[in-house]
Each structure stands twice: as structure tokens, then as C-alpha cells.
Design a protein around this ligand. Structure first.
Ligand code: AMP
Ligand code: MG
Length: 308
């Protein structure tokens, strides 16, 4: 997934240290296998790779239940966010080449308005059809699960941990899972990154039990042209990086998928609509506005402490 995974587990339920280490290895294997069977764009074994090859093919390609379930959930979030979140943004993601430009591997230039218009015309969830366990993509369409991959992996990790008695913290890039209770009874502490100085934290969340915490921000992958920041969170309505007045959005949910999908969706929507969407999904939200103001939902008031 192009990110660093860090895991800390506390053996529980009579488990030995050795057994806990085995469980860790198993968990790591799960993430790798998700990449190999589903998410990778480069491995021929992955469903997304296969779907890429079949775009425009009218026959449709059989897909796994896991993937069709994920896509159904994605379509629901698309609908609920008025299209701000849309996994059919693949053609725009390809055009912007944010990974390469942010890494300095490619010149930081802007696509032309015409190129953006052409790519945007290939996006939209009407370009993806799911029926009878098969998927059909319109010519030139492309699914991008970059907004939810890490969250999906966290949900897989939860399934592996259930019933084992272990507790721990699992971090996949910007997405973190806390699971169970710390043996000393203290809460898990998860830092929220300062979007203008990502080496620092803005504050800490003190969490108990199972939570998935996901952050989307304009500091993760971006390049600048004439003093304007172009980042990886695209607004499907314009084809350009979203200008919603935010620097970052952090979402807390029991579900990894939802925390990841909603952090992207709410970033594109901006503060007011983003807060409404989070509430609809009973998720907690923390937003950092362009001027640095922090907004938090009611449920975070007792568990978030800002560092001044
Ligand atoms: P995240 O860091 O989880 O917010 O995911 C960002 C990634 O999601 C980007 O790098 C793109 O691959 C993809 N993406 C960008 N904009 C959107 C959008 N509006 N809806 C869905 N996925 C998007
Ligand atoms: Mg996301």
C-alpha cells in the first residue's frame, strides 16, 4: 500500500508472547494478501488490476463478494455525499499523477483545462455497473480505491483479532486502529497530525476499546505551482483538488472502511456539509480549517486535548 505499517500488541486471554508474535505475522500477511488479491494496480493477481484490463469490455467480469460489498458501500457514501466521494475518479487520479509529482519524480505542472474536462467526463459512478456478481466498466473508466484501502485493511485486522484476547494499536499510514483495552487500564493515545507541520501533533485523542481513526489532509501528497498547493483529494465536480477551506479531516468510527471513506468525503465537502455527513454515519469528526481553527464534534470534547 506504499505505506509504513506499525503494530503493537499486548498478549491476552492466556496467550504467550510467542503466540502473540505469530498473530502479528498473520495480521501482516492479511494486509499483504489484500494488496495481492484486491487492491494492487501492478500485480496481475489483484482484482483491480484485472478490472483495469477489462474496462470497456461489455461482457462484464466476475468479482469477489468482498469487492462487490465494498463497492456497494462506496456507492452509498457517494450518494450520501452528493458525489463528493466517488471511487470512479480513477481517470482524474491518473491524470493528476500526484504520487509522481509530489515525490518530485515528475515536473510539477498542471494538466490543461481540456485534459481535466476529458478525464472528468470519464468519471461518475454511472460508469460502473454491478450485476449478478459481475462488474462492467465503460470505456476509459477506472476505479480508484485509494481513499478506502487502508480502512478496509483495518477491518480485516479486526476480523483476525476477534476472539483472540489480544489488544493493541495498528497503524497503516494515516489510518489507525485501537483494539481492546491496554493491560494497565490507561487509554490508547492517538495523535492528530499538525497539517502544516506533519512531524508535530496538534493534540491527542484518548480512546478506549475499538476505534478506527483516519485522517485526510492536503499535506499528504501535493505539489505547488505559483504558490498554490495542488493536493491528492480531488473534487469530482471540478476535476481539481478540492478547495473546501480545510487542511485536514480526522474521522473516528468503529468501522475502518467508514473512517477512511468519510475522511476523504468530508474533506471534499468542507466543514458544514462534512459535519452533517459524519453525523449521519454516527462518526466523530475533527476538522482543521485553512486558518488553523480546529472544530470537533460533540463526542470528541471529552477525549481530545489540544497541544498549545
Ligand atoms: P485518503 O488519503 O484516504 O483521503 O485517500 C486519498 C486518495 O483517494 C487519493 O490519493 C485518490 O487515490 C483517491 N481520491 C481522491 N479524491 C477522491 C474522491 N473525491 N473520492 C474518492 N476517492 C478519491
Ligand atoms: Mg480516506
Amino acid at each position: 500500500m506504499g505505506t509504513i505499517i506499525s503494530m503493537t500488541v499486548y498478549p491476552g486471554g492466556g496467550m504467550t508472547g510467542e503466540e502473540a508474535r505469530e498473530l502479528l505475522a498473520e495480521t501482516k500477511g492479511l494486509v499483504r494478501s489484500l494488496e495481492e488479491t484486491l487492491l494492487s494496480r501492478k500485480l496481475e493477481t489483484a482484482e483491480l488490476w484485472k478490472i483495469d484490463q477489462k474496462a470497456g469490455d461489455k461482457e462484464g467480469m466476475p468479482i469477489s463478494e468482498l469487492l462487490s460489498g465494498i463497492l456497494e458501500e462506496c456507492f452509498q457514501v457517494s450518494e450520501d455525499s452528493g458525489g463528493a466521494f466517488d471511487v470512479s475518479v480513477g481517470p482524474l487520479v491518473r491524470l493528476w499523477r500526484m504520487d509522481e509529482r509530489a515525490a518530485g519524480e515528475e515536473e510539477a505542472t498542471l494538466p490543461t483545462a481540456e485534459e481535466i474536462e476529458r478525464a472528468a467526463a470519464l468519471c461518475g459512478w454511472d460508469k460502473i455497473r454491478l450485476a449478478d456478481g459481475k462488474i462492467t466498466l465503460a470505456e476509459g473508466a477506472c476505479i480508484d480505491l485509494g481513499a478506502v484501502g487502508k480502512g478496509i485493511a483495518l477491518d480485516e485486522i479486526v476480523r483476525a483479532l476477534e476472539g483472540t484476547g489480544v489488544s493493541g494499536v495498528f497503524s497503516l499510514g494515516g489510518s489507525i486502529l485501537t483494539y481492546g483495552e491496554k493491560p494497565d487500564g490507561s487509554p490508547w493515545r492517538v495523535g492528530v497530525v499538525d497539517p502544516r507541520d506533519p512531524a508535530k501533533t496538534l493534540g491527542n485523542l484518548e480512546l478506549r476499546g475499538q476505534w478506527c481513526v483516519s485522517t485526510s489532509g492536503d499535506y499528504e501528497r501535493f505539489f505547488e505551482v505559483d504558490g498554490v498547493r495542488y493536493h491528492h483529494l480531488l473534487d469530482p465536480a471540478t476535476g481539481y483538488p478540492a478547495r473546501s477551506g480545510l487542511r485536514s479531516v480526522t474521522i473516528l468510527s468503529k468501522s475502518g472502511f467508514l473512517s477512511d471513506a468519510l475522511s476523504t468525503a468530508c474533506f471534499v465537502l468542507g466543514r458544514e456539509k462534512g459535519m452533517e455527513l459524519a453525523e449521519k454515519y454516527q462518526a466523530e469528526i475533527l476538522l482543521v480549517e485553512e486558518d488553523g481553527t480546529i472544530y470537533i464534534s460533540e463526542g470528541l470534547k471529552s477525549i481530545f486535548s489540544a497541544i498549545n
